[in-house]
Write a protein that binds this ligand. Structure first.
Ligand code: GTP
Ligand code: MG
Length: 195
């Protein structure tokens, strides 16, 4: 995939601020520090693009990126921050409900989990939430380079078992450090977006 254009569009705190439904959309979620910004930058071969609005806690916005005038990436702030006030979390849960149930152009979620660890309760909740709405998921297991060879299969199984992974979803071993899994991720995205 050749990235001719990768452009930050806007951050939306409210539905009224979402861009008009146009391109197919992929929504990216994962707990804080999982490697989401690194994933976006690796996928788009841009450094620093995904830094926008990454301050945890304060505003919880959906951040829209235009990719090649062909699709939108929608970046969701990392979850699992203890410091985030409860009312902020609540409001953001509402935003996500609204987004997933109303956004017509949403084609799939990219859920990032840390390949080294068993998914957290938040990871499981996020996966269940998305599946509950019948939206396909690409599970991206990040930081693959930090695993011993022997653990690749074992941890993949642990992650799938913990999430109650739906076999019709895609699982991708990813390392932004080693640039591994980029092609596989693009293939999965293209398939979901009919590109
Ligand atoms: P927040 O936006 O702060 O929630 O984090 P994030 O999910 O965007 O993660 P980010 O991409 O900022 O990466 C977090 C840390 O993990 C950084 O120190 C990265 O260098 C490191 N990291 C990300 N991806 C990889 C990877 O594939 N391999 C290794 N070894 N480290 C990685
Ligand atoms: Mg980030």
């Amino acid at each position: 995939v050749k990235i001719k254009k990768a452009e930050y569009i806007l951050s939306a705190a409210w539905k009224s601020q979402w861009p008009k439904e146009s391109f197919p959309e992929m929504c990216l979620a994962g707990r804080s520090n999982v490697g989401k910004s690194s994933f976006i930058n690796a996928m788009l071969s841009r450094n620093g693009l995904a830094k926008v609005s990454s301050t945890p806690g304060k505003t919880r916005t959906l951040n829209f990126f235009n990719v090649n005038d062909a699709l939108y990436f929608v970046d969701v702030p990392g979850y699992g921050y203890a410091k985030v006030a409860n009312n902020v979390t609540k409001q953001f849960g509402k935003t996500m409900d609204e987004y997933i149930s109303e956004r017509q152009t949403l084609r799939g979620f990219i859920l990032l989990v840390d390949y080294r660890h068993k998914p957290t309760k938040d990871d499981v909740m996020m996966y269940e939430f998305v599946k509950h709405h019948g939206v396909p998921v690409i599970v991206v297991a990040t930081k693959e380079d930090k695993l011993k060879r022997n653990d690749l299969k074992k941890n993949e199984k642990l992650i799938k078992d913990t999430l109650h992974f739906d076999p019709s979803d895609t699982f991708i071993r990813f390392s932004s450090l080693k640039k591994k899994g980029i092609q596989e991720a693009w293939n999965a995205i293209y398939e979901l977006c009919d590109l």
